[in-house]
Design a protein around this ligand. Sequence first.
Ligand code: NAD
Ligand code: IPM
Ligand code: MN
Length: 353
Amino acid sequence: TRVLDLATIPGDGIGVEVVAEALAVLKAAVGPDVEVTTTEYPFGAEHFLATGEILGDDDLATLAQHEAILFGAVGGDPRDPRLAGGIIERGLLLKLRFAFDHYVNLRPTKLYPSVTSPLADPGEVDFVIVREGTEGPYVGNGGVIRQGTPHEIATEVSINTAYGVERVVKHAFELAEKRGKKVTLVHKTNVLTHAGSTWSRLVSAEASNHPDVVWDYLHVDAATIFLVTDPARFDVIVTDNLFGDILTDLAGAISGGIGLAASGNVNPEGAFPSMFEPVHGSAPDIAGQQKADPTAAILSAALLLDHVGLPEAAARVTEAVSADLAERGSATRTTSEVGAAIAQRVAAAAPTH
Ligand code: NAD
Ligand code: IPM
Ligand code: MN
Protein backbone atom coordinates (compact mmCIF):
# COMPACT_ATOMS: atom_id res chain seq x y z
CA THR A 1 0.00 0.00 0.00
CA ARG A 2 0.95 3.57 -0.62
CA VAL A 3 1.93 5.29 2.64
CA LEU A 4 1.44 9.02 2.98
CA ASP A 5 3.58 10.16 5.88
CA LEU A 6 2.54 13.61 7.04
CA ALA A 7 3.72 16.07 9.63
CA THR A 8 1.06 18.30 11.13
CA ILE A 9 1.76 21.62 12.79
CA PRO A 10 -1.60 22.91 14.02
CA GLY A 11 0.04 25.92 15.64
CA ASP A 12 -2.03 28.48 17.50
CA GLY A 13 -5.60 29.71 17.83
CA ILE A 14 -7.95 28.50 15.12
CA GLY A 15 -5.02 26.70 13.48
CA VAL A 16 -5.62 23.85 15.93
CA GLU A 17 -9.35 23.77 15.22
CA VAL A 18 -9.11 23.81 11.42
CA VAL A 19 -6.23 21.33 11.06
CA ALA A 20 -8.21 18.72 12.98
CA GLU A 21 -11.00 19.00 10.41
CA ALA A 22 -8.68 19.11 7.42
CA LEU A 23 -6.88 15.98 8.56
CA ALA A 24 -10.13 14.08 9.07
CA VAL A 25 -11.27 15.05 5.56
CA LEU A 26 -7.92 14.11 4.05
CA LYS A 27 -8.00 10.68 5.69
CA ALA A 28 -11.55 10.10 4.50
CA ALA A 29 -10.59 11.10 0.95
CA VAL A 30 -7.72 8.74 0.23
CA GLY A 31 -9.58 5.45 0.44
CA PRO A 32 -8.22 2.09 1.63
CA ASP A 33 -5.29 1.95 -0.80
CA VAL A 34 -3.45 4.73 0.96
CA GLU A 35 -2.29 4.53 4.53
CA VAL A 36 -1.95 7.97 6.11
CA THR A 37 0.46 8.24 9.00
CA THR A 38 0.69 11.52 10.88
CA THR A 39 3.04 13.01 13.43
CA GLU A 40 1.82 16.11 15.21
CA TYR A 41 4.37 18.72 16.19
CA PRO A 42 3.60 21.23 18.94
CA PHE A 43 5.35 24.28 17.51
CA GLY A 44 3.72 27.63 18.01
CA ALA A 45 3.37 30.48 20.48
CA GLU A 46 2.22 28.32 23.39
CA HIS A 47 5.06 25.88 22.90
CA PHE A 48 7.51 28.76 22.81
CA LEU A 49 6.15 30.30 25.99
CA ALA A 50 6.31 26.92 27.75
CA THR A 51 9.71 25.74 26.51
CA GLY A 52 11.56 28.72 25.05
CA GLU A 53 11.88 26.80 21.78
CA ILE A 54 10.52 27.94 18.46
CA LEU A 55 11.98 25.62 15.81
CA GLY A 56 15.50 24.21 16.00
CA ASP A 57 17.72 22.79 13.30
CA ASP A 58 17.13 19.32 14.74
CA ASP A 59 13.39 19.90 14.33
CA LEU A 60 13.96 20.85 10.70
CA ALA A 61 15.87 17.63 10.14
CA THR A 62 13.01 15.63 11.67
CA LEU A 63 10.36 17.45 9.65
CA ALA A 64 12.38 16.90 6.47
CA GLN A 65 11.75 13.15 6.84
CA HIS A 66 8.02 13.58 6.13
CA GLU A 67 6.50 13.63 2.68
CA ALA A 68 4.50 16.81 3.29
CA ILE A 69 3.39 19.13 6.07
CA LEU A 70 -0.11 20.26 6.98
CA PHE A 71 0.12 23.56 8.79
CA GLY A 72 -2.58 25.50 10.65
CA ALA A 73 -1.62 29.01 11.69
CA VAL A 74 0.73 30.68 14.10
CA GLY A 75 0.42 33.80 16.18
CA GLY A 76 -0.36 34.04 19.87
CA ASP A 77 -1.91 36.77 21.96
CA PRO A 78 -1.07 40.01 20.15
CA ARG A 79 -0.80 41.85 23.47
CA ASP A 80 1.87 39.51 24.89
CA PRO A 81 5.18 41.41 24.81
CA ARG A 82 7.10 38.10 24.76
CA LEU A 83 5.70 37.51 21.26
CA ALA A 84 6.39 40.98 19.90
CA GLY A 85 8.03 41.52 16.55
CA GLY A 86 6.58 38.46 14.89
CA ILE A 87 9.06 36.20 16.68
CA ILE A 88 6.93 33.09 16.06
CA GLU A 89 5.88 34.05 12.54
CA ARG A 90 9.49 34.59 11.55
CA GLY A 91 11.08 31.86 13.65
CA LEU A 92 8.60 29.16 12.71
CA LEU A 93 6.60 29.85 9.55
CA LEU A 94 9.16 31.83 7.58
CA LYS A 95 11.98 29.60 8.82
CA LEU A 96 10.16 26.60 7.38
CA ARG A 97 9.49 28.35 4.07
CA PHE A 98 13.12 29.37 3.75
CA ALA A 99 14.73 26.16 5.02
CA PHE A 100 12.55 23.96 2.80
CA ASP A 101 12.98 26.29 -0.16
CA HIS A 102 9.25 26.87 -0.65
CA TYR A 103 9.80 29.28 -3.47
CA VAL A 104 6.36 28.80 -4.97
CA ASN A 105 3.72 30.11 -2.62
CA LEU A 106 0.69 28.86 -4.51
CA ARG A 107 -2.55 30.63 -3.73
CA PRO A 108 -5.50 29.71 -5.94
CA THR A 109 -8.65 31.83 -5.91
CA LYS A 110 -11.92 30.46 -7.14
CA LEU A 111 -15.37 31.88 -6.61
CA TYR A 112 -17.57 28.81 -6.31
CA PRO A 113 -20.92 29.20 -8.12
CA SER A 114 -22.95 29.11 -4.93
CA VAL A 115 -20.76 31.47 -2.94
CA THR A 116 -21.70 35.11 -2.57
CA SER A 117 -18.93 37.54 -3.38
CA PRO A 118 -18.99 41.00 -1.83
CA LEU A 119 -18.60 42.22 -5.41
CA ALA A 120 -21.88 43.01 -7.15
CA ASP A 121 -20.89 41.54 -10.49
CA PRO A 122 -17.70 39.49 -10.09
CA GLY A 123 -17.92 37.45 -13.29
CA GLU A 124 -15.95 34.21 -13.39
CA VAL A 125 -13.26 34.40 -10.73
CA ASP A 126 -10.71 31.63 -11.16
CA PHE A 127 -7.07 32.58 -10.93
CA VAL A 128 -3.90 31.60 -9.11
CA ILE A 129 -1.49 33.91 -7.40
CA VAL A 130 2.05 32.57 -7.63
CA ARG A 131 3.73 34.41 -4.81
CA GLU A 132 7.50 34.18 -4.49
CA GLY A 133 8.15 32.55 -1.10
CA THR A 134 11.80 32.85 -0.16
CA GLU A 135 12.98 36.37 -0.99
CA GLY A 136 11.77 39.96 -1.18
CA PRO A 137 11.45 42.08 1.95
CA TYR A 138 10.78 38.92 4.00
CA VAL A 139 14.41 37.88 4.34
CA GLY A 140 15.14 40.07 7.36
CA ASN A 141 17.79 42.09 5.60
CA GLY A 142 17.73 45.37 7.45
CA GLY A 143 18.33 47.05 10.71
CA VAL A 144 17.78 50.04 12.92
CA ILE A 145 20.41 52.59 13.76
CA ARG A 146 20.27 55.39 16.30
CA GLN A 147 17.33 53.53 17.80
CA GLY A 148 15.14 55.55 20.10
CA THR A 149 16.55 58.85 18.94
CA PRO A 150 14.90 61.39 16.65
CA HIS A 151 17.49 60.28 14.08
CA GLU A 152 16.42 56.66 14.07
CA ILE A 153 16.71 55.00 10.66
CA ALA A 154 15.11 51.63 9.91
CA THR A 155 15.73 49.70 6.72
CA GLU A 156 14.06 46.58 5.30
CA VAL A 157 15.94 45.68 2.15
CA SER A 158 14.14 43.56 -0.42
CA ILE A 159 16.27 40.81 -1.94
CA ASN A 160 15.52 39.75 -5.49
CA THR A 161 17.99 37.33 -7.04
CA ALA A 162 17.91 36.35 -10.70
CA TYR A 163 17.99 32.74 -9.53
CA GLY A 164 14.99 33.26 -7.25
CA VAL A 165 12.92 35.35 -9.63
CA GLU A 166 13.62 33.23 -12.69
CA ARG A 167 12.53 29.97 -11.11
CA VAL A 168 9.24 31.28 -9.75
CA VAL A 169 8.46 33.07 -13.01
CA LYS A 170 9.16 29.86 -14.94
CA HIS A 171 6.77 28.03 -12.63
CA ALA A 172 4.08 30.66 -13.24
CA PHE A 173 4.35 30.32 -17.01
CA GLU A 174 4.27 26.54 -16.82
CA LEU A 175 1.16 26.77 -14.69
CA ALA A 176 -0.43 29.18 -17.17
CA GLU A 177 0.25 26.66 -19.96
CA LYS A 178 -2.03 24.24 -18.09
CA ARG A 179 -4.67 26.89 -17.36
CA GLY A 180 -5.88 30.01 -19.18
CA LYS A 181 -2.55 30.81 -20.85
CA LYS A 182 -2.19 34.23 -19.34
CA VAL A 183 0.38 35.60 -16.89
CA THR A 184 0.16 38.97 -15.17
CA LEU A 185 3.26 40.30 -13.51
CA VAL A 186 2.38 42.52 -10.56
CA HIS A 187 5.06 44.83 -9.22
CA LYS A 188 5.78 48.50 -8.71
CA THR A 189 8.34 49.10 -11.44
CA ASN A 190 7.65 52.83 -11.50
CA VAL A 191 9.09 53.24 -8.00
CA LEU A 192 10.92 50.04 -7.06
CA THR A 193 12.98 50.37 -10.20
CA HIS A 194 15.85 48.07 -9.28
CA ALA A 195 13.86 44.99 -8.35
CA GLY A 196 11.29 46.01 -10.94
CA SER A 197 13.75 45.82 -13.79
CA THR A 198 14.91 42.35 -12.68
CA TRP A 199 11.35 41.05 -12.55
CA SER A 200 10.35 42.66 -15.86
CA ARG A 201 13.39 41.40 -17.72
CA LEU A 202 13.06 37.84 -16.43
CA VAL A 203 9.32 37.69 -17.12
CA SER A 204 9.82 38.95 -20.62
CA ALA A 205 12.63 36.43 -21.19
CA GLU A 206 10.55 33.52 -19.89
CA ALA A 207 7.59 34.67 -22.00
CA SER A 208 9.65 34.10 -25.13
CA ASN A 209 9.70 30.37 -24.22
CA HIS A 210 5.90 30.34 -24.11
CA PRO A 211 4.60 31.89 -27.35
CA ASP A 212 1.08 30.64 -26.62
CA VAL A 213 0.91 32.39 -23.24
CA VAL A 214 0.00 36.08 -23.25
CA TRP A 215 1.42 38.20 -20.50
CA ASP A 216 0.81 41.66 -19.19
CA TYR A 217 1.92 43.87 -16.36
CA LEU A 218 0.12 45.81 -13.63
CA HIS A 219 1.44 48.08 -10.95
CA VAL A 220 0.37 46.64 -7.62
CA ASP A 221 -1.88 49.58 -6.78
CA ALA A 222 -3.76 49.19 -10.06
CA ALA A 223 -3.91 45.44 -9.51
CA THR A 224 -5.99 46.04 -6.37
CA ILE A 225 -8.44 48.03 -8.49
CA PHE A 226 -8.86 45.28 -11.06
CA LEU A 227 -9.10 42.54 -8.44
CA VAL A 228 -12.21 44.36 -7.28
CA THR A 229 -13.64 45.72 -10.55
CA ASP A 230 -12.70 42.96 -13.00
CA PRO A 231 -11.20 39.86 -11.31
CA ALA A 232 -12.25 37.69 -14.26
CA ARG A 233 -9.36 39.13 -16.26
CA PHE A 234 -6.79 37.19 -14.23
CA ASP A 235 -5.43 33.71 -14.83
CA VAL A 236 -1.97 33.49 -13.23
CA ILE A 237 -0.54 36.39 -11.29
CA VAL A 238 3.16 36.25 -10.48
CA THR A 239 4.52 38.62 -7.89
CA ASP A 240 6.98 39.09 -5.08
CA ASN A 241 6.64 37.90 -1.51
CA LEU A 242 5.10 41.03 0.03
CA PHE A 243 2.80 42.07 -2.81
CA GLY A 244 1.66 38.44 -2.94
CA ASP A 245 0.87 38.43 0.77
CA ILE A 246 -1.36 41.47 0.45
CA LEU A 247 -3.05 40.49 -2.81
CA THR A 248 -3.93 37.03 -1.53
CA ASP A 249 -5.92 38.36 1.42
CA LEU A 250 -7.78 40.58 -1.05
CA ALA A 251 -8.28 37.61 -3.36
CA GLY A 252 -9.72 35.68 -0.42
CA ALA A 253 -12.09 38.49 0.40
CA ILE A 254 -13.54 38.76 -3.11
CA SER A 255 -14.05 35.01 -3.44
CA GLY A 256 -16.18 34.44 -0.38
CA GLY A 257 -13.92 35.24 2.50
CA ILE A 258 -10.61 34.38 4.03
CA GLY A 259 -12.22 31.27 5.50
CA LEU A 260 -12.11 29.71 2.03
CA ALA A 261 -8.60 30.70 0.89
CA ALA A 262 -6.11 27.82 0.58
CA SER A 263 -2.40 27.79 -0.06
CA GLY A 264 0.64 25.65 -0.65
CA ASN A 265 4.25 26.45 0.13
CA VAL A 266 5.75 24.37 -2.60
CA ASN A 267 9.22 23.14 -3.39
CA PRO A 268 8.47 21.91 -6.91
CA GLU A 269 11.62 19.81 -7.20
CA GLY A 270 10.68 17.79 -4.13
CA ALA A 271 14.05 18.34 -2.47
CA PHE A 272 12.12 19.20 0.71
CA PRO A 273 8.61 18.53 1.94
CA SER A 274 6.07 21.07 0.76
CA MET A 275 3.74 22.61 3.30
CA PHE A 276 0.05 23.36 2.95
CA GLU A 277 -1.86 25.88 5.04
CA PRO A 278 -4.84 28.19 4.93
CA VAL A 279 -4.01 31.76 3.93
CA HIS A 280 -5.53 33.05 7.16
CA GLY A 281 -3.86 33.39 10.54
CA SER A 282 -4.62 32.24 14.07
CA ALA A 283 -7.59 34.64 14.40
CA PRO A 284 -7.28 35.36 18.13
CA ASP A 285 -10.62 37.19 17.96
CA ILE A 286 -12.54 33.94 17.36
CA ALA A 287 -10.09 31.28 18.60
CA GLY A 288 -11.40 28.50 20.81
CA GLN A 289 -15.02 29.23 19.96
CA GLN A 290 -15.58 26.80 17.09
CA LYS A 291 -16.41 29.76 14.89
CA ALA A 292 -13.63 29.36 12.34
CA ASP A 293 -14.49 28.13 8.88
CA PRO A 294 -12.27 25.05 8.30
CA THR A 295 -12.84 25.14 4.54
CA ALA A 296 -9.58 26.98 3.77
CA ALA A 297 -7.61 24.33 5.66
CA ILE A 298 -9.62 21.56 3.99
CA LEU A 299 -8.93 22.99 0.52
CA SER A 300 -5.26 23.26 1.52
CA ALA A 301 -5.36 19.54 2.27
CA ALA A 302 -6.68 19.05 -1.26
CA LEU A 303 -3.69 20.97 -2.62
CA LEU A 304 -1.49 18.66 -0.55
CA LEU A 305 -3.13 15.56 -1.99
CA ASP A 306 -2.65 16.90 -5.49
CA HIS A 307 0.99 17.65 -4.77
CA VAL A 308 1.78 14.17 -3.45
CA GLY A 309 0.30 12.52 -6.53
CA LEU A 310 -3.19 11.71 -5.28
CA PRO A 311 -5.27 13.91 -7.63
CA GLU A 312 -8.39 11.74 -7.40
CA ALA A 313 -8.49 12.11 -3.64
CA ALA A 314 -7.88 15.84 -4.08
CA ALA A 315 -10.81 16.07 -6.49
CA ARG A 316 -13.05 14.26 -4.01
CA VAL A 317 -12.23 16.95 -1.46
CA THR A 318 -12.85 19.91 -3.78
CA GLU A 319 -16.09 18.35 -5.02
CA ALA A 320 -17.29 17.78 -1.48
CA VAL A 321 -16.41 21.36 -0.57
CA SER A 322 -18.23 22.62 -3.63
CA ALA A 323 -21.33 20.60 -2.70
CA ASP A 324 -21.17 21.77 0.90
CA LEU A 325 -20.84 25.39 -0.18
CA ALA A 326 -23.88 24.96 -2.43
CA GLU A 327 -25.97 23.79 0.51
CA ARG A 328 -24.69 26.28 3.04
CA GLY A 329 -27.53 28.46 4.09
CA SER A 330 -27.41 31.32 6.49
CA ALA A 331 -27.46 28.92 9.43
CA THR A 332 -24.20 29.14 11.34
CA ARG A 333 -22.44 25.85 11.93
CA THR A 334 -19.49 25.14 14.17
CA THR A 335 -16.02 24.39 12.84
CA SER A 336 -16.54 20.69 13.61
CA GLU A 337 -19.97 20.61 11.98
CA VAL A 338 -18.61 22.00 8.72
CA GLY A 339 -15.64 19.61 8.85
CA ALA A 340 -17.83 16.60 9.61
CA ALA A 341 -20.28 17.44 6.82
CA ILE A 342 -17.47 17.66 4.27
CA ALA A 343 -15.76 14.54 5.61
CA GLN A 344 -19.02 12.64 5.28
CA ARG A 345 -19.43 13.67 1.65
CA VAL A 346 -15.84 12.76 0.90
CA ALA A 347 -16.19 9.36 2.57
CA ALA A 348 -19.30 8.63 0.53
CA ALA A 349 -17.37 9.31 -2.67
CA ALA A 350 -14.19 7.45 -1.71
CA PRO A 351 -13.52 3.87 -2.82
CA THR A 352 -14.28 1.31 -0.10
CA HIS A 353 -12.83 -2.04 -1.19
P1 NAD B 1 -6.19 36.47 10.62
O1 NAD B 1 -6.22 35.87 9.26
O2 NAD B 1 -5.84 35.57 11.73
O3 NAD B 1 -7.62 37.14 10.93
C1 NAD B 1 -8.16 38.22 10.16
C2 NAD B 1 -9.68 38.22 10.32
O4 NAD B 1 -10.24 37.11 9.58
C3 NAD B 1 -10.14 38.03 11.75
O5 NAD B 1 -11.30 38.80 11.98
C4 NAD B 1 -10.50 36.56 11.84
O6 NAD B 1 -11.48 36.23 12.80
C5 NAD B 1 -11.00 36.27 10.42
N1 NAD B 1 -10.72 34.88 10.03
C6 NAD B 1 -9.52 34.35 9.75
N2 NAD B 1 -9.63 33.06 9.45
C7 NAD B 1 -10.95 32.74 9.54
C8 NAD B 1 -11.69 31.54 9.35
N3 NAD B 1 -11.10 30.38 8.99
N4 NAD B 1 -13.03 31.58 9.53
C9 NAD B 1 -13.63 32.74 9.86
N5 NAD B 1 -12.98 33.91 10.07
C10 NAD B 1 -11.65 33.91 9.90
O7 NAD B 1 -5.17 37.70 10.53
P2 NAD B 1 -4.61 38.67 11.69
O8 NAD B 1 -5.68 38.95 12.67
O9 NAD B 1 -3.95 39.75 10.98
O10 NAD B 1 -3.48 37.83 12.40
C11 NAD B 1 -3.64 37.09 13.60
C12 NAD B 1 -2.36 36.36 13.92
O11 NAD B 1 -2.11 35.35 12.94
C13 NAD B 1 -1.11 37.25 13.89
O12 NAD B 1 -0.25 36.80 14.92
C14 NAD B 1 -0.50 36.98 12.55
O13 NAD B 1 0.89 37.21 12.52
C15 NAD B 1 -0.82 35.53 12.37
N6 NAD B 1 -0.90 35.07 10.99
C16 NAD B 1 -0.43 33.83 10.73
C17 NAD B 1 -0.57 33.30 9.47
C18 NAD B 1 -0.06 31.93 9.22
O14 NAD B 1 0.24 31.21 10.13
N7 NAD B 1 0.05 31.52 7.98
C19 NAD B 1 -1.22 34.02 8.46
C20 NAD B 1 -1.71 35.29 8.77
C21 NAD B 1 -1.54 35.81 10.04
C1 IPM C 1 0.62 34.52 5.26
C2 IPM C 1 0.95 35.27 6.53
C3 IPM C 1 2.46 35.26 6.76
C4 IPM C 1 3.10 36.00 5.59
C5 IPM C 1 2.92 35.88 8.09
C6 IPM C 1 2.21 35.28 9.26
C7 IPM C 1 4.41 35.73 8.25
O1 IPM C 1 0.43 36.55 6.50
O2 IPM C 1 0.94 33.32 5.17
O3 IPM C 1 0.01 35.11 4.37
O4 IPM C 1 3.20 37.23 5.62
O5 IPM C 1 3.50 35.32 4.65
MN1 MN D 1 -0.84 36.92 4.77
